[in-house]
Design a protein around this ligand. Structure first.
Ligand code: GLA
Length: 730
């Protein structure tokens, strides 16, 4: 049983294979956080709530209630009543004042896990997951707050979400509703976040926790390139294999906040949820609000264990796509090949050459619709530009399929160009503030997805095209962040619901898409990896990782991404050199090896690259077919990081049964030492003997992990090698 209630102790115990989480109730009904960490058998933990020490609970010492609330480790802090730390829930009643106090009312424990209305959420069978709901009530506001915990035993993950139900008649304003909180004592923590910008997404950042509040957030409408809805607190010195890691990740694709506060009592509070900046939700009598899900994980064995557990969790319980366990077709995308300058003939010439090289799908990127010949116009006008696509879309798709490739297409459905037919008819569909010229970004505005009519229109545009030809793949892009938050559809009091309603509209469109086209391969994208988050996994098994396709830059981007997300989700392509973003020249072979860690494909003009590079493509495609099952389904181990050592990068993927291991080594900066580099590996079975492909050399797993493996010296920067080890005995 993964969830138990110990009535005598008033303790809930949530167990996964390697971790335990405990919640306790005070006599008054405050819901306290007792323990999170390594698995333990015992539930005699009520003393850890520390209600027996000063300042005591309010029923014992009413005059010090505020001191109690500001000290008590709570499961779900509410604002305005004396807990001065970061709150999770701020409610303003009809009188205009803010204050909420929730006490335990009842609970339920069940097998399985219900879905979340309108939102992406993890799922599992009755055998895989158990759910505890703790129902709390604010008697003054007549507000029911349901704290929900789902325990995924095998993956060591606990997910949380919160539901608010207004059981009274008052019009409540929810000014903040976060999804999760962990109150702990400080363990000299360091904070780890993923940070970056466009073309340099999700780089790992680590810093010592300081007194006060420190946070990462997005208020841009999407989960963002800059900060990521992930935060971990780790004991100092945590490595891939050692150290205690407490992490949270948010299943949401809009504004978020992740914050930690180290306070006067040397206690730490980590919270995560929808960013309360410009958020206010009207909850009238009888209405409900569902906050998105947060994923919690504890690893007592460093980052590596956390990464592997999260990879398994997202693969097993978040991604629904039928492509999850399948090789994705090796695609060639024409963006970096042609940008906007293409027509049917050009695409067919790429398709013919691609076919010869073994590539399996052609993706037509931006520029095929309206009058779009650069990024100035036509978003919203999703009709095929037959001047470019001569013969029409169906003709092109049929031709590409005759050549022997599948066909994929690019959309940016959430957007509207001021220079578009749609804008002439429906300027009010663009998000804008009345009377103020809206801010353009990439010469475009975002559509008001709070308006169901707009959602219907945008969805139908995509669906109509997909119904018109046999299209196998869609790249769904989103190339601007939101600003000028104003909706012509919402009333005055609801304007601060727009950010969240936008995300709900987006989810609704993607839900419709995967329902109407169940065989479609959907890849999400937002100017590269600006909306690479677990919410999007619910709809698409892969997300374009970054517009930066430079192999060296990608090492850091993919390292940060793979810290929490499975390799199978990372959109990664081989592009031409000098790289369009960085100007760097790297060997074609290295570009192939680096892209192999993700979905793998090409983003170049195959009719124009050098003969030498083109000749390598069939080998690379073969390599993809040989290794993708392993890369997609295996266990990921980070061996060395270029980000840390400034010389080389190394990671490997081990089969779940340890029968084979694929290791990638990239010497980024050549250091002329003229002898090999010995590195200790991980992920092998100690007792097994492995043979290195292409050699007669055999190694025991124990020797590779304890003694190490020697990488021969090679001349050159950005030189890479793949090592495939296969078990030859058991
Ligand atoms: C974004 C995407 C690119 C490409 C362009 C097209 O930047 O990330 O891959 O599709 O849009 O405009």
């Amino acid at each position: 049983m993964a969830v138990r209630y110990y009535e005598d102790q008033r303790i809930f115990k949530l167990d996964t294979k390697n971790t335990t989480y405990m919640i306790g109730l005070t006599p008054e009904g405050y819901v306290g956080h007792v323990y999170y960490g390594d698995y333990m058998e015992s539930a005699d933990a009520a003393y850890l709530l520390r209600t027996g020490e000063h300042p005591y609970t309010p029923s014992v010492l009413p005059r010090e209630k505020s001191s109690f609330l500001d000290f008590f480790p709570t499961e779900y802090p509410t604002g305005g009543i004396g807990d001065y730390r970061e709150s999770c829930l701020d409610v303003r009643g009809e009188a205009g004042s803010r204050g909420c106090e929730i006490l335990y009312d009842s609970h339920s424990i069940r097998n399985g896990k219900p879905g979340l209305k309108g939102l992406p959420a993890s799922f599992g069978t009755d055998e895989e997951v158990m759910t505890l709901e703790i129902i709390c009530v604010d008697k003054v506001l007549h507000l029911k707050v349901v704290l929900s915990y789902s325990v995924f035993e095998k993956e060591d993950v606990i997910t949380r979400n919160v539901r608010l139900i207004n059981e009274g008649e008052e019009h409540l304003r929810i000014e903040k509703v976060l999804s999760a909180c962990i109150d702990m004592d400080d363990e000299e923590f360091e904070m780890v976040t993923l940070t970056g910008g466009w073309a340099r997404e999700r780089r790992i950042q680590r810093r010592r926790l300081a007194y006060g509040r420190q946070s990462v957030s997005s208020a841009k409408g999407g989960s963002s390139h800059q900060e990521h809805p992930f935060m971990a607190l780790v004991t100092s010195g945590t490595t891939q294999q050692t150290g205690r890691v407490y992490a949270m990740n948010f299943v949401y694709s809009g504004n978020f906040i992740a914050e930690t506060e180290l306070n006067q009592h040397d206690a730490v509070r980590m919270v995560m949820g929808i960013n309360d900046e410009d958020f206010c939700w009207n909850l009238r009598g009888g209405e409900e609000f569902q906050a998105p899900e947060a994923v919690l994980i504890f690893s007592g064995e460093g980052f590596g264990k956390m990464s592997r557990s999260l990879h398994d969790f997202y693969r097993n319980h978040m991604i629904r796509s039928p492509y999850l366990h399948k090789k994705r077709p090796v695609l060639i995308n024409n963006w970096e090949a042609t940008y906007f300058d293409f027509d049917t003939e050009k695409l067919l010439s790429i398709a013919r050459e691609a076919k010869k090289a073994g590539i399996e799908m052609l993706v037509m990127d931006d520029g095929w619709f309206g009058k779009r010949s650069n990024d100035d116009s036509s978003l919203g006008d999703w009709t095929v530009n037959e001047e470019k696509i001569t013969g029409g879309l169906k003709y092109l798709v049929d031709k590409v399929r005759e050549i022997g490739l599948e066909f994929g297409i690019w959309f940016e459905p959430e957007m509207i160009s001021p220079d578009s037919e749609l804008y002439k008819v429906h300027p009010e569909w663009a998000i804008h503030i009345p009377g103020r010229a809206a801010t353009e970004s990439r010469a475009q505005y975002a559509l008001d997805l709070s308006n169901p009519e707009v959602v219907d229109y945008a969805y139908e545009c995509v669906a109509k095209i997909l119904r018109s030809a046999p299209i196998s793949y869609v790249k769904w892009d989103m190339n601007r962040q939101l600003s000028d938050l104003g909706s012509a559809y919402l009333d005055r009091d609801s304007q601060q619901e727009l950010f969240h309603r936008y995300v709900l509209g987006l989810y609704e469109m993607q839900e419709r898409l995967v329902t109407e086209f169940p065989d479609l391969l959907l890849e999400n994208c937002a100017s590269g990896g600006g909306r690479f988050d677990p919410g999007m996994f619910y709809y698409s098994p892969q997300i374009w990782c970054s517009d930066d396709t430079d192999a060296v830059e990608r090492l850091a981007i993919q390292e940060g991404t793979a810290l929490i997300y499975p390799l199978s989700t990372m959109g990664a392509h081989v592009s031409d050199c000098p790289n369009h973003m960085t100007g760097r020249v790297t060997p074609f072979e290295t570009r192939g090896h680096v892209a192999l860690a993700g979905t793998f494909g090409y983003e170049l003009d195959i009719t124009k690259i050098s003969e030498k590079d083109r000749e390598m493509i069939p080998e690379q495609v073969e390599m993809y077919h040989k290794y993708n099952d392993l890369v997609r389904e295996g266990d990921y181990y980070r061996i060395a990081s270029y980000r840390e050592n400034h010389k080389y990068d190394c990671y490997l993927v081990a089969a779940k049964d340890k029968s084979e291991v694929l290791m990638t080594f990239v010497q980024v900066q050549c250091a002329p030492v003229f002898h090999g580099k010995k590195i200790r590996l991980q992920g092998f079975d100690e007792k097994s003997v492995y043979q290195l492909d292409g050699t007669k050399q055999a190694y025991t797993g124990e020797m590779l992990m304890k003694g190490g493996f020697v990488i021969d010296f090679a001349q050159g920067d950005a030189v890479s090698r793949l090592y495939h080890f296969v078990r030859i005995n058991r």
